[in-house]
Design a binder for this molecule. Structure first.
Ligand SMILES: Nc1ncnc2c1ncn2[C@@H]1O[C@H](COP(=O)(O)OP(=O)(O)O)[C@@H](O)[C@H]1O
Ligand SMILES: [Mg+2]
Length: 258
């Protein structure tokens, strides 16, 4: 669990997938060996890494259901720089099927036990819900990254996420910790964004990443080309922001691990 991180927020469209893909790319740019796990049945991270969802035989679904070994589902897409455990819509069924299964909250943790040691970092892109899939990600993780779009309702859903994290800590994973809250799609000219940003900093003290991800059209365009922004437009503000985040993330990590 020491190197596994869940990128989660039950709100949709806050930048989870964008963050998972581009942080994975930035960390690998720094020479780290990274595995991205797509745990959202929508499979946006899978397609964002240039993979065709329809051509995937073994996905994170088979891993969660113990029908395939993690190692047998992992793909190393050419030119991407990091490995991917893809998904497809089969994973939707896992939500329901998991409810019938013993140790259902521990499936992913168990499945990753030997695989994760081959990587410096494993990043899990979570679905926009506090479902059994998200709980599996939290049980398998050491840290949590929470992307937040600084707008009016941003803080509203946060309390139920924090409750879920607390429950997972008590019941299954006492070492789980919030690595950082990440301000995404940030527009510094927007007063409300600045106000929400200040609230976050007041409320979560040292947990808010100094790095801020600006709103940047290159970040929105890159997935339709099936590549991280670093490959699509290296010099863009989006690329630079995710490189800065990766560097801050690694520093935090080293500190946390003593
Ligand atoms: N910093 C950004 N600037 C511009 N567009 C962004 C940015 N981050 C994400 N987007 C776009 O916003 C939408 C939602 O982002 P996404 O990462 O898919 O969110 P989530 O995974 O939380 O649902 C996507 O269309 C994505 O391309
Ligand atoms: Mg997503």
């Amino acid at each position: 669990m020491g190197n596994v991180f869940a990128v989660t927020n039950q709100k949709g469209g806050v930048g989870k997938t964008t963050t998972t893909v581009n942080l994975a790319a930035a960390l690998s740019e720094y020479g780290k060996k990274v595995l991205l796990i797509d745990l959202d049945p929508q499979g946006n991270a899978t397609t964002g890494c240039g993979l065709d969802k329809n051509e995937i035989d073994n996905s994170s679904y088979e891993v969660i259901m113990a029908e395939a070994r993690a190692a047998d589902t992992i793909i190393t897409p050419e030119g991407l720089g990091f490995d991917v455990m893809p998904t497809n819509s089969d994973l939707t069924a896992a939500e329901v099927e998991l409810l019938e299964i013993k140790l259902r909250e521990h499936r992913l943790r168990i499945a990753l036990e030997s695989t994760r040691e081959k990587y410096d970092y494993v990043l899990i892109d979570c679905p926009p819900s506090l479902s059994m899939l998200t709980v599996n990600a939290l049980v398998a993780s050491q840290g949590i990254l929470i992307p937040i779009q600084c707008e009016y309702y941003a803080l509203e859903g946060l309390s139920s996420l924090l409750r879920t994290i607390e429950r997972v800590k008590q019941r299954a994973n006492p070492k789980l910790d919030i690595t950082g809250l990440l301000r995404t799609m940030f527009d510094a000219r927007n007063n409300l964004a600045n106000q929400v940003s200040r609230q976050l900093i007041n409320h979560f003290e040292g947990k808010v990443f100094h790095s801020i991800i600006p709103r940047n059209v290159r970040l929105a365009e890159a997935p339709s080309h099936g590549m991280p922004v670093l490959a699509y437009d290296r010099g863009s503000r989006g690329s630079i922001a995710y490189m800065a985040l990766a560097s801050e993330f690694m520093r935090r990590q080293q500190k946390a691990n003593g």
